[in-house]
Each structure stands twice: as structure tokens, then as C-alpha cells.
Design a protein around this ligand. Sequence first.
Ligand SMILES: CC(C)(COP(=O)(O)OP(=O)(O)OC[C@H]1O[C@@H](n2cnc3c(N)ncnc32)[C@H](O)[C@@H]1OP(=O)(O)O)[C@@H](O)C(=O)NCCC(=O)NCCS
Length: 216
Amino acid sequence: MPLCHGNQDGRRLAAVGRMDESEGLAMSSVNILYRQLGVSDIETDMLDAFNRYQEVKKCWRKQNNEWILIDNHFIEDWDDAKKKKLAALYLPSIIKRGGTVCGAFDKDKLIGFFALAGNFIGSRQQYIWLISLHVSYEYRRKGIGKELFLRCVDAAKKSGAEKLYISAHSAQESQAFYCAMGCVETEEIIPELYAAEPCDVHMEYALSKETTQPAF
Ligand SMILES: CC(C)(COP(=O)(O)OP(=O)(O)OC[C@H]1O[C@@H](n2cnc3c(N)ncnc32)[C@H](O)[C@@H]1OP(=O)(O)O)[C@@H](O)C(=O)NCCC(=O)NCCS
């Protein structure tokens, strides 16, 4: 069975946000504000209300060179300690190393974010790694993940990288999202990222030359 079917051409997806140039912010149709974050913007309680909850029922696995969907029932969630560590250490360290972190906010509440690495990886240094992309449970299926992905693509294009590299959760719904964005299985696996998450589906997204919207 192919991993991705249906609408795979995320590059043709229209951006759903509009830029408010006076404040450098963009507002989507559901009044969500998107903002690139500096280290000083990240408070240690910023993720306290973030709900990572995901009930996984089926996951993609490659067997005999074929992708199959297997039953695999478990819950993904972040406890308070994990959320504090992400806000206090992990996200600031990505920015300090030249990466990009962008948040989606409902008023002052962080309800989605992506983190993009600042360095290139791969045999030809062709990839830039999308480290993390999450939308809080209550805000999913409103186009916020797509908007964050498009902003990540724009930031990645500005870096000059050829492709995004995504070590993506193998859950059916996570894969449905990345396939809808136009991601495909990688041509090359990064051994360190595979060793860290061997059950993930390693995906890539070719960054075209033209920019779809101003990034920030
Ligand atoms: C994956 C995730 C970031 C998607 O964010 P989102 O805001 O819910 O996604 P969007 O509303 O922008 O969806 C865009 C498209 O992706 C696909 N999609 C998204 N969620 C889907 C789901 N649960 N089932 C099937 N398709 C889905 C659809 O094609 C959707 O378009 P549509 O709503 O017009 O049908 C979010 O669901 C999430 O954080 N999930 C848990 C964590 C996770 O899986 N993160 C990625 C780990 S690598």
C-alpha cells in the first residue's frame, strides 16, 4: 500500500494567513496569531496549557519493502515536567543554535508551534530538519498545522536548503497530515535521526525556488 495517497501536493496549498505588517504578525481565519519567537519570548510556563494528547490506534510500518497499517493502540502525551523542559531548555537551545521557532497563539496562549534546525544535514548537506511541529489537541483540524508547515517551508527556503527532513510520527493521522502537505519518504535516511526514532517514518519535502508568502 502506498504511504501517501490523495492530495500530496502541499506546495500548491494556499497560505491561510494574512500578514498584519504593522505588527509583523499574521492572523488566520480563526483569529490565531503566528509569531517567530526569540529566546526572550519563551517563558518557562509557555507550554503549561498545551495539550499534546493523541490517541494512536494505527501506525505505518514498512515490511518486506511495503508500507502497511498495523494496529498499535497507545496514548501520546506530555506531562508537566516534559512541557517545562521543552520551554526552559529545548526550544531556547534550538534558537541559540541558529534555528527557528514559530508559535501559534490564541490570545496569549501557545496552541501550536514548529521548531526548525539551524544547520544542514545529509550526505550533500541538502536537508534542514523540521525538529518538531505540534498543535494543541483542542485546536486540531482547523488549518493551524498547515499554516505552521507553510511558515516552516518559507523559513527553510530562506536558509537555502534543498529539502526539509522530517522524522515523522508513524501514527495514521500524523502521516495523513504530512502526506496532505506533500511530504514523501526520504531518499536518504539520516542514521542519527533513525537511531533516535526507529519507528518514525522519515520524510522529506522539496523546497521549491518560489516563495508562497513572506515568512515573518
Ligand atoms: C499533525 C498535526 C500537527 C496537524 O495539525 P492540524 O492543525 O490538526 O492540521 P490541519 O488542520 O492543518 O490539517 C491539514 C490537513 O492535514 C490532514 N489531516 C490533519 N489531521 C488529520 C487527521 N487527524 N486525519 C486525517 N487527515 C488529517 C487533512 O488533509 C487536513 O486537511 P482538511 O482538514 O482540510 O481535511 C496535529 O494534528 C498534531 O499536533 N498532532 C499530534 C502531534 C503530531 O502528530 N505531530 C507531528 C509529529 S511528527
